[in-house]
Design a protein around this ligand. Structure first.
Ligand SMILES: C[S@@+](CC[C@H](N)C(=O)[O-])C[C@H]1O[C@@H](n2cnc3c(N)ncnc32)[C@H](O)[C@@H]1O
Length: 312
């Protein structure tokens, strides 16, 4: 670990993140090898935890460009970052637009890029956003609430085959067909409008009520629907190459993925850039959170970090 990151041990007492703990923050600083004056892009601002830590390293001569498609996240993060005296641009956009975001800001190349994929606790913990099977709320799941497609549309308008594909392909749910069949049956009687309605249908479709690994039985289905609503895999697939194209020689990228589908995309993208001789792989295997971090932040458990450095 370099000197800068040694100095930045996460201070819970100073934390204003509303309960959100940034995943593998020390590892991110270590792999990105940030220094004073650098230009950094945080493609997933969220509640600004990683951005805040990175801003403390790049200091007042640095430039931080932070992107998120969630308006609410931006409002919270802006408040957290107001002490940063360097140049700060917070942009509400999908990170797959990184090239136009940077060119609109007149930025040609950057020293580091971070993607901390998936949803934030702000999104998960707010019942109104409809991301979680733990709270009852409208079936929404849109990270960008201006997008037209919500989870309610997916659940109530997709064909049985499309639903089964979403649950299988994006949720890796082995009972996808049964769940899809029951969704179609249930919605013929009345539209499925809330997360609790959907949980009931899912539970009815599974041959078990509690899974042995402690994972809620609706986890996979909710993941699948969320990925379809936000077209998450397409965005990651596009954005990694685009972000890499804006890295300086010697610049670094870190991606934290939270499920195998995303991690597989990152792994393949990094592998092909490495094979082409354009990048050096800094993580032969994905880096996992320490047992201490997992104990403090159970949500970090599924995180996998991969990193590359641009060579040419
Ligand atoms: C896990 S959170 C990031 C947490 C953040 N690193 C922190 O320390 O607070 C992921 C964030 O990325 C955003 N996000 C996910 N996919 C996105 C995309 N394609 N474009 C822009 N933002 C995205 C979500 O809205 C969410 O706020």
């Amino acid at each position: 670990m370099n000197k800068e990151s040694d100095a930045l041990i996460f201070d819970k007492d100073k934390d204003t993140s509303c309960g959100h703990i940034s995943v593998m923050a020390q590892e991110v600083l270590e792999f990105l090898r940030l220094a004073k004056g650098m230009t950094v892009v945080d493609c997933t601002l969220g509640l600004g935890g990683h951005s805040l830590m990175m801003s403390e390293v790049i200091e007042s001569t640095g430039r931080l460009i932070a992107i998120d498609q969630d308006e609410q996240a931006i409002l919270r993060a802006r408040e957290r970052l107001k002490g940063f005296s360097g140049r700060l641009d917070i942009v509400k956009n999908n990170f797959r637009e990184i090239v136009s975001v940077l060119s609109d800001l007149g930025v040609k190349e950057v020293d580091a890029v971070l993607f901390d994929l998936g949803v934030s606790s702000l999104q998960l913990d707010d019942p109104e956003r409809g991301f979680s099977f733990r709270h009852d709320g409208p079936l929404d799941m849109r990270m960008d609430t201006r997008e037209p497609l919500s989870a309610m549309d997916v659940v109530n308008t997709f064909s049985e085959e499309e639903l089964a594909r979403v649950l299988w392909q994006y949720g890796e749910e082995r009972f996808s067909r049964r769940i899809a069949r029951n969704i179609v049956k249930a919605r013929a009687a009345a539209a499925i409008q809330t997360t609790a309605d959907l949980v009931k249908v899912i539970m009815r479709s599974l041959p078990y009520k509690h899974s042995r690994d402690g994972v809620h039985p609706a986890t996979r289905s909710f993941q699948g629907i969320r990925i379809a609503v936000n077209r998450e895999l397409e965005s990651v697939e596009l954005a990694i190459d685009l972000a890499f194209s804006r890295l300086k020689k010697g610049g670094r990228m870190c991606v934290i993925a939270f499920h195998s589908l995303e991690d597989r995309i990152v792994k393949e993208k990094f592998r092909s850039l490495t094979r082409l001789g354009e990048a050096a792989l800094l993580t032969k295997k994905p880096v996992r959170p320490s047992p201490e971090e997992e104990a403090v932040n159970p949500r970090s458990r599924s995180a996998r970090l991969r990193s590359i450095e641009r060579l040419i």
